[in-house]
Ligand binder design. Structure first.
Ligand code: NDP
Length: 239
């Protein structure tokens, strides 16, 4: 049974990805930072549906703690599917953006990508099969007012994924980014009301976490073996 690690599995999109990958027969490691209880809830749902999962918690910005946690997970077997999904936003127009707002967002999304992905790369290469899928954002493609920090971090993930895809192409390890538009989770609940969503999304609705999960599951599958180094949008025709 292949094992998948989904960072931010305690969040809206992450939980949907965990459940979908478990449905596809993977053992899923549901990761949390502060909300281990929510990750445990996702594990219970997966188990109730006949799937296999476990919960783990660490802060992806803490490099030593992340390395220790990943080493323990690797002791139990290789991790062949990695979904870098953990992310935060701390919005402010740029003249008013604090260093803390800049650092925190870059730390979770971009440094978190390094802290989690780097230790898993060599073990993945050894198994000659792997999938690295990173959840970025439409803001990393188009930019967004009030999100210079967030769009910078997400755009950097596109470049990092393309470079890593080149390095790993001959090892049967694919590396892609998924760039969602507006997806109905707690993260955007305060940011957009229904009318705003209707005015900016051509499909007149937010996407569902399950729709993102379906795309991630495809990229994680055997069917997507020849797709690598891509940024794939899922945004109801926003761009
Ligand atoms: P949520 O806020 O629901 O979930 C965020 C997840 O990230 C949580 O599981 C949280 O863990 C985890 N996380 C935050 N900080 C850390 C940290 N320091 N270390 C480890 N984990 C951390 O967000 P969504 O589900 O909406 O978003 C998931 C991803 O999708 C993010 O990368 C986001 O940028 C991206 N995205 C979301 C869009 C949307 O419209 N919702 C649109 C485009 C992209 P915990 O709660 O346990 O602390």
């Amino acid at each position: 049974m292949k094992r998948a690690l989904v960072t931010g599995g305690s969040g809206g999109i992450g939980a949907a990805i965990c459940k979908r990958l478990a449905k596809d027969g993977l053992h899923v490691i549901v990761h949390a930072n502060r909300s281990l209880g929510k990750a445990a809830g996702v594990v219970a749902e997966i188990a109730a549906a006949g799937g296999s999962a476990e919960a783990v918690a660490f802060d992806v910005t803490d490099r030593p703690a992340t390395a220790t946690a990943l080493a323990a997970l690797l002791d139990a077997g290789s991790i062949q599917v990695l979904v870098n999904n953990a992310g935060i936003h701390a919005d402010a127009v740029f003249p008013g953006m604090s260093g803390e707002q800049w650092d925190s967002v870059v730390d979770v999304s971009l440094n978190g990508f390094f802290n989690v992905t780097q230790p898993l790369t060599m073990p993945m290469i050894r198994t000659r099969w792997g999938r690295i899928i990173t959840i970025s954002s439409i803001a990393g493609i188009t930019g967004n007012r009030g999100q210079v920090n967030y769009s910078a971090a997400k755009g950097a993930l596109h470049a990092a994924s393309k470079s890593l895809a080149l390095e790993l192409a001959s090892r049967n390890v694919t590396v892609n980014a998924v760039a969602p538009g507006i997806i109905a989770t707690d993260m955007i609940a305060d940011a957009f009301d229904a009318e705003t969503i209707k005015s900016i999304v051509p499909m007149k609705r937010a996407g569902r976490p399950e729709e993102v999960a379906d795309l991630v599951a495809f990229l994680a599958s055997e069917h997507a073996a020849y797709i690598s180094g891509q940024v794939i949008s899922i945004n109801g025709a926003m761009i």
